[in-house]
Design a protein around this ligand. Structure first.
Ligand SMILES: CCCCCCCCCCCCCC(=O)SCCNC(=O)CCNC(=O)[C@H](O)C(C)(C)COP(=O)(O)OP(=O)(O)OC[C@H]1O[C@@H](n2cnc3c(N)ncnc32)[C@H](O)[C@@H]1OP(=O)(O)O
Length: 193
């Protein structure tokens, strides 16, 4: 199957600054713990994606998504929505861990280039591309079965920085205390755009 191309659109779509990684961001080689045990992407959820991520060199976060029968759409193939979910998680992990700015997905676009069979592992490499005020642009490639395997998907996401009250006002008021890894304290986040 030949490498397919999609129409080239500028990315990031607006003028941005280079991302400034948080001084206490985890360094290369760090295996990232799940950020929340009940997260469908990285938590201990039945039939969740059970993604695991590691910080690489140059501001890249590598995540693995083992695709099981629980993740099917067409028989034997991963469901596209769950693949998009895996990219949301991978991009969000790069943004959250490297910048330590609380942010939510505002826009997520995914190019599906190859089918992803059950039994494969998707190796996702995600990076933060630029920042414009509260807007954080990130992108990722998903490779089949190894870090340099064929590219099955590409994704681009806009994350919007929010105050911590976003999570307490709209979600579980106890949610922040349920985070299972650092930073657990307000002062651990860079909350100034
Ligand atoms: C160590 C730490 C570990 C942590 C690890 C964490 C891992 C996490 C992994 C989990 C990963 C999973 C993560 C998840 O699943 S996050 C869950 C899914 N996402 C949401 O639920 C978000 C829902 N949406 C909102 O809450 C609001 O709409 C937000 C907050 C996004 C913006 O509402 P707000 O009123 O606050 O701001 P604004 O509307 O003035 O917008 C601000 C700017 O953004 C621009 N804009 C907005 N939307 C779009 C768009 N669609 N296309 C293009 N642009 C868009 C907008 O034009 C404006 O630009 P400008 O006019 O200023 O130029």
């Amino acid at each position: 199957m030949s490498e397919k191309r999609r129409p080239a659109t500028p990315w990031p779509p607006v003028e941005t600054e280079a991302p400034r990684f948080h001084p206490e961001a985890p360094g290369p080689g760090t295996e990232l713990a799940m950020h929340y045990a009940e997260c469908f992407g990285c938590g201990d959820v039945d039939n969740g994606l059970h993604m695991r991520s590691t910080v690489g060199d140059g501001g890249v976060v590598y995540s693995k998504f083992p695709v099981t029968r629980a993740h099917q759409g067409a028989p034997g193939l991963a469901h596209g929505g769950l693949l998009a979910c895996a990219f949301d998680e991978a991009l969000g992990s790069a943004v959250g861990n490297l910048l330590r700015r609380p942010a939510v997905t505002g826009k997520l676009e995914t190019d599906f280039l190859r089918p992803v069979p059950v039994g494969t592992t998707l190796f996702i490499a995600a990076r933060v591309d630029g920042v414009a005020g509260r807007k954080i642009y990130a992108s990722a490639d998903g490779h089949l079965d190894s870090a340099d395997g064929p590219v099955a998907l590409r994704a681009r996401g806009l994350f919007v920085q929010v105050g911590l009250e976003h999570f307490t006002n709209h979600g579980d008021p106890d949610a922040l205390s349920k985070f299972t890894q650092q930073p657990r304290r307000r002062e651990d986040w860079d909350i100034n755009p």
